[in-house]
Design a protein around this ligand. Structure first.
Ligand code: A2P
Length: 341
């Protein structure tokens, strides 16, 4: 990583590389760059050798996918990475060394103190400290913090207990295909064996996201505490989470019970959430209105609802948040970081 880098990019338009462009997040990135009219001078779409020669549409152009190589980043100003941890570990330092600012969607650099971990609405100023690589947070963390952080500013969060309901697109395009196939085979006497997940995901839920640790938690479950501490600048924040994969194609949801330092009032909590950036309050239970993945999918804003005083804490709030994890949990947040720069 270079330390002599200009911290802010100042050009009219930018040479951009997207690594993992053919994947679930990569395709979304192209869409977000186009939709937000990001000033792109030249776009390189990079993937594995399997995809070389395919084309991807950006604005009205068909752009040929190139195989990712060490010399892929010459002249690039910005490189978005979304091709998994191994690719980021190897190629992100190469891209940064070639002069690009890397915005990395994998977990590889998220806990590296030299790499800012950024949600623009929460700690955008941290992005200025980058030395060539900026990390995009875990998708469940991002969706949770969009609602938790404004409440923290108002009441001072101490700890949360949470369960997630995570969509298969968070795993990638193979998982989307696996769920589709299992749904189509529902009546079949000899359904195909699951490949992406250890058990069928159609008509099932798996209390298992990412690898297990010695403590019994999974790596995914600890990301909310570890990444939450960095993003909220809150080293004592504690989070006990159960992450669950559910047969939903798109958008994660999280049920959160949060304990605060100060007494909470529902009126103030609603006020804070209504004014929070990137968040819509959807909360009218009498009319069956609450956040749902089907409503959050495809939307930039996350949704919060089912707000109530938590009956098991003195200073507690329980709430439910849904958000498109391919957008706020990945591509949108990455492009927002680029916009900050
Ligand atoms: P490809 O489509 O050529 O396999 P997803 O998260 O949806 O599974 O997508 C993963 C992304 O990472 C895809 O764009 C995939 O490209 C890309 N990828 C996987 N392995 C490599 C590799 N060895 N080199 C470059 N890109 C890779």
């Amino acid at each position: 990583m270079r330390s002599d880098r200009l911290h802010l990019l100042v050009k009219k338009s930018y040479n951009i590389a997207v690594v993992g462009a053919t994947g679930a997040v990569g395709a979304e990135l192209l869409d977000v760059l186009e939709r937000r009219a990001f000033p792109v001078e030249r776009l390189r779409v990079l993937a594995s050798a399997r995809s070389a020669g395919k084309t991807m549409r950006f604005h009205d152009e068909e752009i040929e996918v190139q195989e990712l190589r060490e010399d892929s980043f010459a002249g690039a100003d910005l490189a978005f990475f979304s091709a998994g941890g191994d690719i980021s570990r190897k190629f992100a330092p190469i891209a940064a060394g070639a002069g690009a600012v890397v915005i990395d969607n994998s977990s590889t650099f998220r806990m590296n103190p030299d790499v800012p971990l950024v949600i623009p609405e929460i700690n955008g100023a941290d992005a200025r400290e980058h030395r060539g690589i900026i990390a995009n947070p875990n998708c469940t963390t991002a969706v949770s913090l969009m609602a938790l952080f404004p409440l923290h500013v108002a009441f001072g969060v101490r700890r949360i207990f949470a369960s997630s309901y995570q969509a298969v697109s968070g795993t990638g395009s193979r998982a989307i295909a696996e769920l589709k196939q299992q749904v189509a085979q529902a009546e079949s006497n000899s359904p195909a064996a699951p490949e992406v997940y250890p058990h069928p995901i159609a008509f099932n839920v798996l209390p298992h996201v990412d690898g297990f640790l010695d403590t019994g938690y999974t790596k995914e479950e600890m990301k909310i505490e570890n990444e939450g501490r960095r993003i909220m600048h809150l080293p004592d924040f504690r989070a006990s989470v159960t992450c669950v994969r559910v047969p939903v194609y798109r958008a994660h949801s999280v049920a959160i019970s949060a304990e605060f330092d100060r007494p909470v009032s529902l009126e103030e909590a609603y006020e804070v959430l209504r004014n929070a950036p990137g968040l819509d309050t959807v909360d009218d239970p009498a009319a069956n209105r609450y956040p749902m993945p089907i409503a959050a999918a495809g939307r930039d804003n996350c949704q919060v609802g089912r707000l109530r005083r938590d009956c098991a804490f003195d200073n507690g709030l329980a709430f439910w948040v849904s958000g498109d994890q391919l957008l706020k949990g990945a591509a949108l947040n990455a492009v927002q970081i680029a916009e900050l720069l």
